[in-house]
Design a protein. Structure first.
Lengths: 161, 161, 161
């Protein structure tokens, strides 16, 4: 392990609680070790950055409203990728995490921000799913695939989650 | 971002429409920026490279015929990884993509080829699933894990999708 | 492809048979080419390293016992990520693999160990799911996210599977 400050990027494609959690565990550990970390949220992963409350937005098409309704709003409503059992699995997982003092995804997002981890929302996904800037939590940047690649080119670890 | 031409590889393991789409968005953006991109299609990902029409192939075992019947043929028949709702979700996604002028997976494969992205089919998967060369679209190379690793060793971004 | 010995890491997050298989195919090919390979098993991926027999462990909470019961024990009981059909799909896949002389996941773990691939279990996952050291197969190291990142910083290919 060298002393040189290195960079890490992650594409967070998946919106399941366990995968988003794994992404933040790695991101926060890297940031704690002094790395620059950029997380690029795309497709379902973007749901982790939605505000939990309903945000009034005008001018959405029916299709965009449908996507908005069907997708989870924010980290607390994400489901497990396995053994979800209609929400019981993610409830069990949250209890087990709390019992072992593992931070929730909500808390991990806060820690990530405090540590300077960059949270970037994929503009193409926002377009396709009809998500607007004001529906996402504060402190999120916007970028496309070219922006992601520019970051990845300068990083030594690039993961797709 | 440096001017040096760099290389990228992706293992496309997943055969869901959204993941294959994400892979091609990144691949095509990298190729447009002048990178050499190699996409290594393995397991379910290989379905994205199947010809949409039924190809007559002799000498298949019952097991191989079964795999061939159960797996989607080509990009147009891929399903979403989430909210698929027996195909309704992927139909909605395609409509939303069209409304925002995002290319379909079929179109993205064409763009990738035009830009010189290398599409490689995993020979072990072809063996196990009984897929023959003539069942895949034109312009696909064949290689095994060693071939993938040789490419990955020369690349600066390697993703598993 | 250079002669320099290079390093590879993989986060094995997924516990499905096909994804674990893909991870070991890449790991074993890299090790055969002389690379140092570290596989970091986290979340559901850890199930691939569980002993197949029931291990008597005292002091588990009800929640930990529940996780232990619900999760597969070892590579032979892993399911496919797609077309599982209540186990029929993974049975078909195993038959197709055997017909083409592809090693099983169990055999691949043995080959990996013989080739010096490091198998590392995520301590946070073990805590949260209540898995104990003696429930895992022999030859597994324990580490956290910081340990994984130290390895990834020295590797030229890092995958999240």
């Amino acid at each position: 392990m060298s002393d040189t400050k290195t960079k890490k990027t992650m594409v967070v494609f998946s919106g399941e609680m366990d995968k988003v959690l794994a992404a933040f565990v790695i991101a926060n550990a890297a940031a704690a070790m002094g790395d620059d970390v950029t997380m690029f949220f795309t497709f379902w992963g973007l749901n982790a950055l939605r505000r939990p409350e309903k945000v009034k937005v005008s001018g959405k098409s029916t299709l965009e409203k449908l996507f908005g309704l069907m997708m989870p709003r924010g980290p607390a409503s994400l489901q497990l990728s396995r053994m979800n059992f209609a929400g019981a699995g993610s409830w069990l997982m949250k209890r087990a995490m709390a019992a072992h003092k593992v931070a929730t995804v909500e808390e991990m997002i806060g820690i990530a921000k405090e540590q300077g981890v960059r949270l970037v929302a994929c503009t193409m996904t926002m377009d396709v799913m009809g998500l607007r800037r004001e529906e996402l939590v504060d402190g999120v940047e916007l970028a496309g695939a070219a922006g992601y690649l520019a970051d990845a080119d300068e990083a030594n670890v690039n993961l797709f989650i």
